[in-house]
Design a protein around this ligand. Structure first.
Ligand code: FES
Length: 142
């Protein structure tokens, strides 16, 4: 079996939603302390719906594929649905990632959560801190 699925290769070579949203409603940036890769997510939100999402990823192919897939999965969805997105769901949607690359998909989940947290903070929307685990203590990145 090839190391990477066709979907991973497709999203790596043709990533969707790459770029920046000027005047975004929420921006999230996370870095993986171990590999040094960085991911930034921009959200445009109206009426609790993610109208647009863009990303910049300075990282490995799996991180780029994960960002691309994750942004596709939350576009047009509600904030609530975006909050529920897990790195496992992203990896499954990519038809899997090698075990040692799972931590790359964690960046996507955390960057999206970071952008949502930023949106909540800017708008004075209350949230539960435990829904936003500190990426520096991410158990997947050991
Ligand atoms: Fe750093 Fe993939 S190796 S995110």
């Amino acid at each position: 079996m090839a190391l990477y699925s066709e979907k991973v290769m497709d999203h790596f070579t043709h990533p969707r939603n790459v770029g920046v949203i000027e005047n975004a409603d929420g921006v999230g940036e996370v870095g993986n302390a171990k590999c040094g890769d960085i991911m930034k997510i921009y959200l445009k939100i109206e009426d609790d719906i993610i109208q647009d999402v863009k990303f910049e990823t300075f990282g490995c192919g799996s991180a780029i594929a994960s960002s691309s897939m994750a942004t596709e999965m939350i576009k047009g969805k509600s904030i609530h649905e975006a909050m529920a997105l897990t790195n496992k769901a992203v990896a499954e949607a990519l038809d899997g990632l090698p075990a040692h690359k799972m931590h790359c998909s964690v960046l996507a989940e955390e960057a999206i959560k970071g952008a949502l947290q930023d949106y909540f903070d800017r708008n004075g929307i209350p949230y539960d801190d435990k829904d936003f685990p500190n990426s520096e203590h991410c158990p997947h990145c050991e």
